[in-house]
Design a protein around this ligand. Structure first.
Ligand code: FES
Ligand code: FES
Length: 158
């Protein structure tokens, strides 16, 4: 099987690996690096459970091959907590009951962080609902997820 050497940073740590050219980033993170916080809910680019940040932007990790990530900086949900404490966006999901089964939550948090970054401390409900178009949740009805992202963005803005 063709193998490619890749080098990237994942959650601030340098990673070098040999990967097959067909290996998806989601697969590489979960199977090779054992970072199973990135979930695979559909494999067809619809659910957003696999969202990570690549060079600071949210990307569905089932839509990109690991070999495309040479030199990239990848952040997964495992890299979000700060010094063992929940990141304010994670804490907001807990406080606002923004999850039930939790399957969609890693992707929702990664997307929430990006929404907070781009809309500052005050994304509107409409902004948040619009931005979450690519993240599906089968449990919550979204209401508390929207509240959690609004609260997390506010906390991040200080
Ligand atoms: Fe990537 Fe669903 S697993 S979008
Ligand atoms: Fe279950 Fe969202 S909390 S899929």
């Amino acid at each position: 099987m063709p193998s490619n050497k890749i080098n990237m940073a994942v959650n601030g740590q340098a990673v070098s690996a040999e990967v097959d050219s067909r290996t998806l980033l989601a697969q590489f993170l979960r199977e090779d690096l054992k970072l199973t916080g990135t979930h695979v809910g559909c494999d067809t680019s619809q659910c957003g459970a696999c969202t990570v940040h690549i060079d600071g932007r949210p990307v569905k990790s089932c839509t990109i091959f690991a070999v495309q990530l040479e030199g990239a900086e990848v952040t997964t949900i495992e890299g979000v907590a700060e010094g063992g404490a929940l990141h304010p966006m994670q804490a907001a999901f807990k406080e606002e009951h923004g999850l039930q089964c939790g399957f969609c939550t890693p992707g929702m948090v990664m997307m929430g962080l990006d929404i907070a970054k781009r809309h500052g401390g005050a994304p509107t409900e409409g902004d948040i609902r619009n931005e979450l178009e690519g993240n599906l949740c089968r449990c919550t009805g979204y209401h508390n997820i929207v509240k959690a992202i609004a609260a997390g963005a506010k906390a991040m803005a200080g």
